[in-house]
Design a protein around this ligand. Structure first.
Ligand SMILES: C[S@@+](CC[C@H](N)C(=O)[O-])C[C@H]1O[C@@H](n2cnc3c(N)ncnc32)[C@H](O)[C@@H]1O
Length: 260
């Protein structure tokens, strides 16, 4: 098995085990980021959207009232099943579900008006391949909406932040800085029309529980937060460490880019 296949198998196993937790996760289900998606992208009733790595289906659900159809895809069959049940409970009737690897999308060229991918690209072993695939399946003039963890531009702090995320979830492959994303998108022929960053505060206990972290991993994560450099603390803004209310932030980038 290649490293890339290993990494995808790990993602499938972990998200298979923790699927339901991603449907109920408040940081995935709610947030200003989903509102920003609608405000910036302005989806239209005649559009067909592809949601890549749909997870619990929250992005597909946010899009569904605004577009003609959403095709929600994911690598993990259990995750797709959980998303299908959740969207049926929510009364969304214009969403179809299909298994798909983000790096090898099973769709024709120029098939979609809009492609979205929210909080998932850090799992992909070759994020650049996903970006090329997204560009391929977009119609000319179509939009890719990408949201993911973003790293600081400073290398040492970036390595610390990415290592922290990977310790909690070994299927986290790597996140990128804004400069790295913009370069990758432009190499795929996509021009960024909008880029912004926001922070999401995570309460440590549900955040580690959602990925089934062992007590040893939790202890090591706490140790790393307590001993973080000043730059890493400034980035992660830890609060109330050592209490049940311990929390920190991660940073997300939201980019809308168009295929010319
Ligand atoms: C955090 S969840 C996504 C959250 C979701 N997009 C939302 O808006 O709430 C990450 C998802 O990425 C999926 N995933 C990981 N690697 C993938 C790949 N190569 N192709 C497609 N999906 C993948 C996992 O199965 C999981 O469902």
């Amino acid at each position: 098995m290649t490293r890339s296949e290993d990494s995808k198998t790990l993602s499938r196993q972990r998200y298979g085990m923790y699927a339901r937790g991603y449907v109920t996760s408040s940081t995935h289900a709610r947030g200003v980021d989903l509102e920003r998606l609608i405000e910036i992208v302005q989806p239209r009733a005649d559009q067909v959207a592809l949601d890549v790595a749909t997870g619990g289906g929250h992005t597909a659900l946010a899009l569904s009232p605004h577009v003609e159809r959403v095709i929600a895809t994911d690598l993990t069959p259990e995750m797709l099943g959980a998303a299908r049940d959740f969207l049926a409970e929510q009364g969304a009737t214009n969403v179809d579900f299909q298994p798909a690897d983000a790096e090898d999308l099973p769709f024709d060229d120029a098939n979609f008006d809009l492609v979205t991918c929210r909080i998932a690209a850090h799992h992909f072993p070759a994020a650049d391949r996903f970006v090329t695939e997204a560009a391929r399946v977009l119609r000319s003039g179509g939009l890719l909406w990408l949201q993911d963890h973003v790293l600081p531009e400073d290398d040492a702090t970036a390595r610390y932040v990415d290592g922290f995320e990977k310790l909690r979830d070994p299927s986290h492959n790597r996140a990128f800085s804004e400069a790295e994303w913009l370069d990758m998108l432009s190499r795929a022929g996509l021009s960024a029309e909008h880029s912004e960053q926001l922070t999401k505060r995570h309460f440590f206990i549900p955040w580690t529980e959602r990925q089934g972290c062992s007590p040893e991993v939790v202890r090591e994560l706490v140790r790393r937060l307590e001993q973080a450099s000043a730059a890493a603390r400034e980035w992660m803004q830890p609060r109330r460490l050592g209490t049940d209310e311990a929390s920190f932030v991660n940073h997300h980038i939201l980019i809308a880019c168009r295929k010319s």
